[in-house]
Structures are given as structure tokens and as C-alpha cells.
Design a protein around this ligand. Structure first.
Ligand SMILES: [Zn+2]
Ligand SMILES: [Zn+2]
Length: 275
């Protein structure tokens, strides 16, 4: 076990950068492939892909996860950040069902896509609430489910409070699901390692914990994310855009969508001014 540790000596140094550097061990990228509906990885304990002295491989993790929309995207994600630890049978992270058979070396691609969807929803909703706006009804239903939304209406709960509570609970349950915990281990190095890990079923630390923590940070604004004005995908950016100003994700800038929308809006403004 090397470099990627969170220990008491460097805790404060790291705090400014990332207070929760959750580690991830992952197989060499070449060992990951798509097989039908599964993303499959051969894990070899002797061939651990954990470059010494490099920062934890969690920079850009959330941004990459939010972009997942296809099996090839999932393959690329797992090659870069390692498997998250879904069980093959139920597609659950850190599955604890009694009938579940390990190992976690083949994961359903759909489980990645569904979780990415949930992350996009929670981040967009969280950012909207942080901006002081309520959720729209579609978002509210997607976050909380019809049963709870109906109950909230029936009991005349404050919907703003209800939305915050629901988004908060949903993010918290993702963090709980990743089962992050401080681990103390001693292996090849002279010193033991004290680190935050999220070792799901397989016992192999993975990026699920870092992902959940980054979602929380992104909603809090400690990591700058905003929602693209055209495709509605949350994406990481250096600066938070001015409120009310349209902003476009790199994909929409690249494929010309942003330009098209800007021109349409310009023409609409001109037409309004001259009428
Ligand atoms: Zn399972
Ligand atoms: Zn976009």
C-alpha cells in the first residue's frame, strides 16, 4: 500500500485540496472489457494498478461519471477509475442480500447508467435548491417518489423544506451505501497506512466512496459544478457562472449546440427589439 493514504501528518495539507481522498485500487485498464450487458474485469492481486507517488485517481471522477450515457462510456470509466463494485445478480452497490453470490468481477452496465442518472438528477436538484429555487414537479417526483410527494401534499408540508430533506437523504444514502470507513493497514511499506476506504463486498477499495463524497461537495459548492443550459447535464467548471446567465457544457460547445442556441436567442432578441 503506497502514497494514496490519508494520514495524520498530511491531513491538513490535503484538506484544502480534498478532505476525503478515498482510495481506489483498480485493475490494469487492459483487463477491463465489455461482455454482453456486463463490464468484466480480471483482478490480479499481483498486478495492482496503483502508481506510486501519484495523487489518488479521483480527480475528475465525478465529472466523468456524470457523462456516462453508453456502454462504451462505462467501459472507459471503469478503465480509468476502476470498478465501483455492483453485484452482477442485483446490480446493487455493496449488495448485502443473502442470496447474492460474489465475486464482483462482472457488473451490469445498466447499473452504472442508472446510478449516473441518479447522480445527474441529485446534483442538478441540489444546485437548483442551493440557488434558492424549488424543484419542479418532475424533479421532485424523480427524487422522492410519488408516495412521499403525495404525503407531503396531503399533510401540507413546506415543499422547499421537503425538497431539501429529500435530496439530503438521497445523497446521504449514497454515502452510506459506499460504506466509507477509516482503515488501518500494514503491508509492503515500513509504515502502516491510515486511509479512508470504501471497500465494498469484494474488500477491494474502490471509487464509490469518493464519488458519493464528491457529489456532496459539488452540491455544497466546494467543488464547482453547474448544469448545462441546453442538455441539462451537470458538469465541472473552474468558476461558477453568474446567476441567470446561460452556460454550456464542453460537449455542447464542441458539437455546436451552444452556438446554435446563442444565435437563436440573439435573433429572438433582435426580432423583439425591432417589433
Ligand atoms: Zn446482489
Ligand atoms: Zn450540454
Amino acid at each position: 500500500m503506497v502514497g494514496q493514504a490519508w494520514d495524520t501528518d498530511t491531513e491538513t495539507d490535503r484538506a484544502g485540496m480534498d478532505p476525503f481522498p478515498v482510495r481506489s485500487w483498480f485493475p490494469a485498464p487492459a483487463r477491463v472489457r465489455l461482455e454482453g450487458d456486463l463490464v468484466v474485469h480480471d483482478y490480479d492481486y499481483n498486478e495492482r494498478y496503483e502508481p506510486e507517488g501519484e495523487p489518488p485517481p479521483t480527480a475528475g471522477l465525478l465529472d466523468a461519471f456524470l457523462k456516462l450515457r453508453s456502454p462504451v462510456g462505462v467501459l472507459r470509466f471503469v478503465r480509468s477509475f476502476g470498478p465501483l463494485g455492483f453485484c452482477e445478480q442485483h446490480g446493487e452497490l455493496g449488495c448485502q442480500r443473502e442470496d447474492c453470490t460474489e465475486p464482483l468481477f462482472a457488473e451490469p452496465v445498466d447499473a452504472y447508467l442508472a446510478l449516473a442518472n441518479r447522480y445527474r438528477l441529485l446534483l442538478a436538484s441540489g444546485l437548483r435548491l442551493m440557488g434558492g429555487a424549488p424543484l419542479d414537479e418532475t424533479e421532485r417526483l424523480a427524487v422522492a417518489g410519488a408516495l412521499l410527494v403525495d404525503a407531503a401534499r396531503e399533510h401540507r408540508w413546506d415543499l422547499g423544506l421537503f425538497d431539501r430533506w429529500q435530496v439530503g437523504t438521497a445523497v446521504d444514502s449514497l454515502i452510506a451505501q459506499a460504506r466509507i470507513r477509516p482503515t488501518f493497514s500494514w503491508g509492503e511499506g515500513r509504515r502502516p497506512t491510515f486511509a479512508l476506504d470504501s471497500p465494498l463486498g469484494s474488500g477491494i477499495p474502490n471509487a464509490a466512496g469518493a464519488l458519493a463524497l464528491q457529489l456532496g461537495r459539488a452540491i455544497l459548492g466546494t467543488q464547482a459544478f453547474s448544469v448545462c443550459s441546453t442538455c441539462q447535464t451537470p458538469y465541472e467548471r473552474k468558476k461558477t457562472p453568474a446567476p441567470g446567465r446561460p452556460n454550456y457544457c464542453p460537449t455542447c460547445k464542441r458539437d455546436g449546440t451552444a452556438d446554435r442556441v446563442r444565435k437563436q436567442e440573439y435573433r429572438a432578441r433582435r426580432a423583439k427589439e425591432s417589433s
